[in-house]
Design a protein around this ligand. Sequence first.
Ligand SMILES: C[S@@+](CC[C@H](N)C(=O)[O-])C[C@H]1O[C@@H](n2cnc3c(N)ncnc32)[C@H](O)[C@@H]1O
Length: 266
Amino acid sequence: MSERRIPGRAGELLAQLGERAVLHDLYDEVGSAVYHDMAGRDQHEVRELLGLVRRTPGPVLDLAAGSGRLTLPLLAMGREVTALDLSRSMLALLRERLAQAPAPLAERCTVVQGDMSDFSLHRRFPVIVLGTTSVSLLDQAGRARLFASVRAHLEPGGRFLLTTVDADPGYTGPPEIEQTYTTSGGTDYRIFDHWVPGDAVRTVTIFPAHPADGPTAVCTSNVGVLPVGQLRDELAHAGFTVHSQQQLPAVSPRLTDVLLETESCA
Ligand SMILES: C[S@@+](CC[C@H](N)C(=O)[O-])C[C@H]1O[C@@H](n2cnc3c(N)ncnc32)[C@H](O)[C@@H]1O
């Protein structure tokens, strides 16, 4: 990947690794496997999103579906699901999971490689889901295009369900928070989340906790901080009405995920 400046302690660790460090985007071929290893089966927001999906029968479009963390539970509900993602390697992981799933479930899934800010599927859906705060991977212009694409694919009366990450503007703790994570397979990772209050972007960087000798993959992603008030304004401007807003269980001392249930106005 092109060189990115990694701030804080993560940047120092990267410098210490020197030429051994190989920097990857979190959703490229190497990063996808790390993301999936860490988050692929995480249950965060699944119950709340499925609770809203259940109210509207019919096929579901799962945007930024990744390796299927939400796609698989949606299929398990008996829905037909179209899973769209930009990353071929994330979709390869989804296809692997589908290949291992019972055929009647896997057959209800259509996998599409595409950009959520510019897609054309030539059909409409009663429910479109954009979970895991992935709306914040787009800048404001990208979000405007996303909302236009969603409107063009939503059935009248259908629901667009999305989550965003709201950061506490009054946070006075250190700009970088380190967490460790052990996967079910026993791999330990160190995760650095760097954010200066007021900044529009956080930098998340993931290191193996016990790097072996030789090249060491370090994965990073820039994630926008999109306060729910700003997102609601942008949605209103794009022609959406917000029906409900619910706060999800806290993921960190300074970040709160929020789930919005919206409908496209006529
Ligand atoms: C945080 S992951 C979420 C994946 C999955 N929904 C989950 O819950 O694990 C974000 C996903 O967004 C995808 N992505 C990033 N930019 C995208 C874009 N412009 N269009 C479609 N997908 C995109 C990435 O490839 C990645 O799979």
